[in-house]
Design a protein around this ligand. Structure first.
Ligand SMILES: NC(=O)C1=CN([C@@H]2O[C@H](COP(=O)(O)OP(=O)(O)OC[C@H]3O[C@@H](n4cnc5c(N)ncnc54)[C@H](O)[C@@H]3O)[C@@H](O)[C@H]2O)C=CC1
Ligand SMILES: O=C(O)CCC(=O)C(=O)O
Length: 420
């Protein structure tokens, strides 16, 4: 039997959610396929004068609830199917949070760590040149994702302004503050997850002093470590693409961030009771809270049985396969699902887009307060739905999102061929 593709696996969540709602068949037909995916080969000049090409994609999965929204990933293993799956998740994430957006995503197949800064800038600008007719502040709004950051978004916004002949900051979010970025976007993904944990901590049996293992130590991983440690949680294990480290008495977060700044958290192995462990053992570490903050499919049917945490906070997109989900549920492990738990990033991206359009910028306290109340509102609604229907939080988040998507699809009318 052929293994289910990544998008097929993701679509099982849609089928499962649909069982809990009385939906018109049109709704599922519309959400089962990406609306459009554009593929381009980007060609850039390297510093040595040679030319090199890179595959790139942008998917607009569904725009029923508004312009499509989602990050751009630079990763050597990116594929079109991964981009479409990530765009599907964005569609549901924006609906869970009630943001006026559909879902999109983009990627370039590149190991950006091998590029010089000038080459990276040329690649980022080439992406915008290639996709300038696809993106736009009312059409499709990119943002950072794995191995992209505010510097890349700044170059992209600048390139877009050159193409259209006017500053258009709302075309891209996650920009540097100097170019119209929002205060609070840098740590928003982790902060949203942190607010959710804070809200549910009592119910989940988590309290300061609880042990945390974090897989991936980039934007999402570093900020969640900092926020939880400041509340008294103990960070006992961390990994990045080079390996994993463990210390049962906890690892100082400033040291972790400094080590990562110099290449990898694994540089701390051997110091002060910190030991190196095989990267795939990170998910099995003895802890109360496991935070996958790296890539998809990291917890699967072969390692899910070894998870010891009581709660999993999915800051990464799609870190748990559907098979692993069942294993975790059977062990009564609570999963705070990606489309809710990591939605702080896109929520503050929305705030950035609003500020760009208003030309009025909010203090960071306002950003935090609005993010907190949005996470609590949608977190509470998801929790209540899970209790009412006796389903997992992931299923409840999909049901919550799907009912909003269905309402919008039906409101658009039944005879339409094409939206924007
Ligand atoms: N940046 C954002 O605003 C958002 C990010 N996410 C998701 O969070 C996850 C992480 O994204 P970012 O932190 O932004 O990326 P990043 O590029 O800042 O960091 C990625 C981290 O993952 C590590 N990593 C890569 N392969 C790994 C592996 N096999 N094992 C362990 N660690 C590995 C890297 O070393 C790096 O520390 C992704 O799934 C992303 O889609 C979700 C919502 C928003
Ligand atoms: O900030 C955004 O617009 C999207 C972030 C993103 O790509 C994600 O939530 O996976």
């Amino acid at each position: 039997m052929q293994a289910a593709s990544m998008l097929d696996q993701a679509l099982t969540r849609l089928d499962e959610a649909a069982r809990h709602l009385d939906l018109d068949a049109d709704v599922l037909e519309k959400l089962k396929y990406p609306r459009e995916t554009t593929k381009v080969r980007l060609m850039i000049r390297m510093d040595d004068g040679s030319r090199k090409s890179f595959m790139a994609w942008r998917c607009r999965y569904d725009d029923t609830r508004g312009p499509t929204k989602g990050g751009i990933r630079f990763h050597p293993d990116s594929t079109m199917e991964e981009v479409e799956t990530l765009a599907f998740w964005m569609t549901f994430k924006c609906a869970v949070m009630n943001l006026p957006y559909g879902g999109g995503k983009g990627a370039v197949q590149v190991d950006s760590r091998t590029l010089s800064k000038a080459e990276l800038e040329r690649l980022s600008r080439a992406y915008v040149q290639a996709f300038s007719k696809i993106i736009g502040p009312d059409r499709d709004i990119p943002a950072p994702d794995v191995y992209t950051n505010s510097m890349v978004m700044g170059w992209m916004a600048d390139e877009y302004a050159s193409i259209v002949g006017e500053a258009t900051p709302a075309v891209i979010t996650g920009k540097p503050i100097a170019l119209g970025g929002s205060l609070g976007r840098d740590d928003a993904t982790a902060r949203g997850g942190y607010y959710l944990v804070q809200r549910l901590a009592g119910t989940l049996g988590l309290e300061p002093g609880a042990r945390v293992a974090i897989q991936g130590f980039g934007n999402a991983g570093q900020h969640i470590a900092r926020l939880l440690a400041a509340d008294g949680y103990s960070i006992v294990a961390v990994s990045d693409s080079r390996g994993a480290i463990h210390c049962s008495s906890g690892i100082d977060v400033d040291r972790l961030i400094a080590a990562k700044g110099q290449g990898s958290v694994t540089n701390l192995a051997g110091a002060d009771g910190i030991s190196s462990i095989p990267a795939d053992e990170l998910v099995s570490v003895d802890c109360e809270l496991l935070v996958p903050a790296a890539l998809e499919d990291m917890i699967h049917e072969r390692n899910a049985g070894s998870v010891k945490a009581r709660v999993v906070l999915e800051l990464a997109n799609g870190p748990i396969t559907p098979e692993a989900d069942e294993i975790l549920a059977a062990k009564s492990i609570i999963v705070l699902p990606d489309i809710l738990a990591n939605a702080g990033g896109v929520t503050v991206s929305y705030f950035e887009w609003v500020q760009n359009r208003q030309g009025y910028y909010w203090p960071v306290e306002d950003v935090h307060a609005r993010l907190k109340s949005t996470m609590e509102r949608e977190g509470d609604a998801t929790w209540a739905l899970a209790q009412e229907k006796g389903i997992t939080l992931r299923s409840a988040a999909y049901v919550h999102a799907l009912s909003r998507l269905a309402g919008a699809i039906e409101a658009h009318g039944t005879q339409q061929f094409f939206t924007s």
